[in-house]
Design a protein around this ligand. Structure first.
Ligand code: NAG
Ligand code: NAG
Ligand code: NAG
Ligand code: NAG
Ligand code: NAG
Ligand code: NAG
Ligand code: NAG
Length: 276
């Protein structure tokens, strides 16, 4: 009975899949995802099958049959192992801990008297990381104004966009390309004024924002150049003790001179008589 049903289904399945509509889902990696069918009362004796399209071949991932009045549900794919759960009432399929590798087309076949087919395209994304704002002109020693050119960047992932916002208005953006490891977007303003600028990285499932603090990025950094500050500290630390010691020496020398003028003869005679 089992084999018979499968072979019948395969033939009619091919016939029915033409002209199907594809539902698109975009999901966050690691989540538990339910592919909802929108159905509410699948016939209780229906045969339900789920397929996953991998490299142009459909692999069977769920098969739920009624054999002599008994429900037999198998999740026999190595790839999804114990991450699947079928709801026989709706035909919906739940996938736990979905990964980017699980992206692809999922097909549902419900066989009663006839066969009905649904297709779902699932794209799984990693969350985007927080964008980083650097001062592109850090190394150049030019005037303060020219020394500020904020550059926003973020690790590149699929379907990523990186944008600069001035207040709530988007002033520039770039889309991810396949080739690069990071995505870069300079703030196209020679003189960022007192508006609020934010850099936003987004993919279809997540968003991360970093606000530009022009004071910290461009002014504090240039004034508090770590090298210069270090040198100043060293200078102060060395100069002050040297000065104090110097002044002390001068003072002692003067006192010594005075004393030796007054007591010169006595001390010389004392000394010469010492060895006896
Ligand atoms: C199965 O789906 C039906 C219809 O959507 C729903 O009412 C029911 O709670 C679901 N059952 C489980 C176990 O999730
Ligand atoms: C989820 O899947 C990833 C691999 O895709 C695995 O490293 C991780 O341990 C899984 N997490 C859970 C909670 O099963
Ligand atoms: C980025 O992609 C979106 C749609 O994905 C498109 O609307 C937009 O124009 C693209 N932007 C650029 C700068 O290519
Ligand atoms: C912003 O970029 C456009 C072209 O992308 C350029 O023509 C313009 O001069 C730039 N403006 C500033 C302030 O850099
Ligand atoms: C920004 O604001 C500060 C004080 O809040 C002011 O000193 C400075 O001139 C302003 N800069 C611009 C470009 O408006
Ligand atoms: C900042 O400069 C833009 C033009 O570059 C201007 O439209 C805006 O009003 C300025 N905002 C402030 C607070 O000065
Ligand atoms: C920028 O940073 C300075 C110093 O940390 C802080 O005082 C100031 O409030 C910040 N400005 C904004 C707009 O966050």
């Amino acid at each position: 009975v089992f084999r018979l049903i499968l072979s019948t289904y395969t033939v009619s399945g091919l016939l029915c899949s033409a002209g199907e509509e594809v539902v698109r889902l975009q999901e966050l990696e690691g989540n538990t995802v339910t592919i909802h069918t929108g159905l509410t009362g699948v016939q209780s004796d229906a045969h339900i099958l789920w397929f996953y399209r991998s490299e142009n071949a459909d692999i069977k991932i769920v098969i739920s049959l009624i054999i002599r009045g008994e429900i037999i549900t198998d999740y026999d794919s190595e790839r999804f192992r114990d991450r699947l759960q079928l709801n026989r009432t709706s035909g919906s399929l739940t996938i736990r801990n979905i990964s980017r590798e699980d992206s692809g087309v999922y097909k549902l076949h419900i066989i009663t008297g006839s066969i009905s087919v649904w297709s779902f395209s699932v794209d799984v994304y990693a969350p985007v990381l927080k964008p980083v704002i650097r001062n592109q002109a850090e190394k150049r020693s030019v005037s303060l104004r020219e020394s500020c050119s904020p550059l926003c960047s973020v690790e590149n992932v699929k379907d990523l966009s990186l944008s600069w916002y001035e207040e709530k208005e988007r002033i520039s953006s770039i889309n991810s390309s396949d080739s690069s490891e990071r995505l870069y977007l300079p703030l196209n303003k020679t003189d960022p004024n007192n508006s609020t600028y934010t850099c936003v990285a987004a993919n279809p499932v997540s968003t991360q924002t970093t606000q530009l603090n022009i004071t910290v990025l461009c002014f504090i950094n240039t004034v508090r150049n770590p090298n210069e500050a270090g040198r100043m500290k060293l200078l102060v630390a060395v100069l002050i003790p040297v000065l104090i010691v110097g002044l002390l020496l001068v003072f002692i020398a003067r006192v010594w001179k005075k004393k030796s003028k007054q007591q010169g003869k006595q001390s010389w005679s004392n000394r010469s008589s010492g060895p006896e």
